[in-house]
Every structure is written in C-alpha cells, then in structure tokens.
Design a protein around this ligand. Structure first.
Ligand code: SAM
Length: 228
C-alpha cells in the first residue's frame, strides 16, 4: 500500500469504528476486560511521560507538540500542569473529542490547542515533541521519515512509544490474526527497538530515558531522545 493509501485507511478508521472503540477505551465508562487492560496499560504510558516531564521541573511554559493526540489523554494533563500544548491528530473526530474533554476538565483553555492535521505536515518548533502509540499504525518502511520529521520539529527532545517487535509478541499477534474477532482493530505493526534507536541517531538524537510498559494486552516501549 502506498503511504497516502495507508494514511487514508488510518484516518477513515479513526473517524469511524476506531473513533468509537478508542474513545471508549480512553474514557471511564464500562468496557470489556481486554479493553480495560488496554486502558490501564495506556494510562501507565501517559503517567510515565508526565512523571518524566514533571521530574525536570520546567514544565510550566514549555512548548509541547502532541502529535497524534487522540482524545487528549496526554495533552490535557500537560496543559493542566502549565505546559503550552499543541495537540494534533489525523482524525477530525478525535480532535473534536479532545477539545470537548479539555473544555470539560480545564478551567482555562488558553494554553492548549487542538488541530486536525497529520503529523507529516506539522510545522514549527516545539521544545518537546511527543508521539504516543501512533507508530503502531504504520509499517517499518514509513517509520524513518515519520521520526525524522518529528525530530525536525523538536528543539530539544522527542518522546515516542511503539509496540516492540519481540518473539513473544509476534506469536501473540499471529494468534490474534488467526482468530480475528469483531473487536479486531486496524493492522498493528511492531517495530524493532534497534531500528528506532538508529533512526534517532541518524537525526542527531540520543536516548536519555526509556521504559517498557506491559499489561496482558498492551505493550509499549517508551523512549525519550534528546538532541546531542
Ligand atoms: N497519542 C494518543 C494517546 O496516546 O492517547 C492516541 C493514540 S491512538 C492509539 C492513535 C492516534 O493516532 C489516533 O488518534 C489516530 O487518529 C492518530 N494518527 C494516526 N496516524 C496519524 C498521523 N499520520 N498523523 C497524526 N495522527 C495520526
């Protein structure tokens, strides 16, 4: 599939069935056991990023680009902590939901904006660029360009998460493919950690902090890379 086709499939998914599925997973309402596990795993990823940023003690006023912000699970708490957050997502529906949630939970909206835009066309400069659980939707051959672009937007650092390619997870994924149920999502691509580190290095970034978040059904490798 071409890059443009791949993106259209992802956009359409997150504006339709994917929107309903992920809005529920990223909410507090009733969900099934698998979705609850994914919700909890994802929350751990978000919490870890917030812990990292708060530990630096410079969050107020820091410019942050949250590329592929979804329903604002990270953008909203970062704005609440005083960062100047630019959330964007390829899906108009996700962005609209993020805005609604921000309106309902933040007392002021002046330091957070949400834009419907794919990360490949983002411009500008931000102290920190964050992209959580987005790369899983794209095959390996598209990843170098995506990360390169994110690096070009970042003055200081990029934080991203991806599903790591390990034998155990590959087996799990194969089993999932053999029994596609009604809740089957878009295709999920795993990525090799060494490949991601190399892409960062090629763009002049080196890894500072990393974490592995794993629950029963959610696996995410989290990496912070800073300009060297
Ligand atoms: N980052 C959010 C979080 O962790 O809460 C959302 C993660 S969700 C699994 C993936 C999101 O990436 C969806 O909202 C989807 O619309 C968005 N997305 C997928 N491809 C994208 C692209 N090329 N540019 C921007 N957003 C994209």
């Amino acid at each position: 599939m071409s890059v443009a086709d791949e993106k259209t499939v992802v956009r359409d998914y997150f504006n339709s069935t994917g929107f309903d599925r992920w809005r529920r997973i990223y909410g507090n309402g009733q969900v099934n056991k698998v979705q609850l596990d994914i919700r909890q795993g994802h929350q751990q990823t978000v919490d870890r990023v917030i812990d990292w940023l708060k530990a630096d003690e410079n969050l107020p006023g820091l410019t942050i680009c949250d590329a592929g912000c979804g329903v604002g699970s990270l953008s909203i708490p970062l704005a609440e902590a005083g960062a100047v957050v630019y959330g964007s997502d390829i899906s108009e529906k996700m962005v609209a939901e993020a805005y609604e949630r921000a309106k309902n939970s933040l007392s002021v909206l002046q330091n957070v904006t949400f834009t419907a835009q794919d990360l490949e066309t983002l411009q500008g400069h931000y102290h920190t660029v964050i992209c959580l659980d987005v790369l899983i939707h794209y095959p390996q051959d598209q990843i170098p360009e995506m990360i390169s672009h994110l690096c070009s937007l970042a003055e200081s650092r990029v934080i991203l998460s991806f599903a790591p390619k390990t034998l155990a997870l590959s087996v799990l994924k194969k089993i999932g493919e053999l029994f596609p149920g009604p809740s089957k999502t878009t295709r999920a691509y795993q990525h090799r950690e060494a490949d991601i580190v190399k892409i960062f290095r090629d763009n002049g970034f080196s890894i500072q902090r990393q974490a592995m978040i794993g629950t029963r059904f959610y696996y995410s490798r989290l990496m912070e890379a800073t300009r060297t």
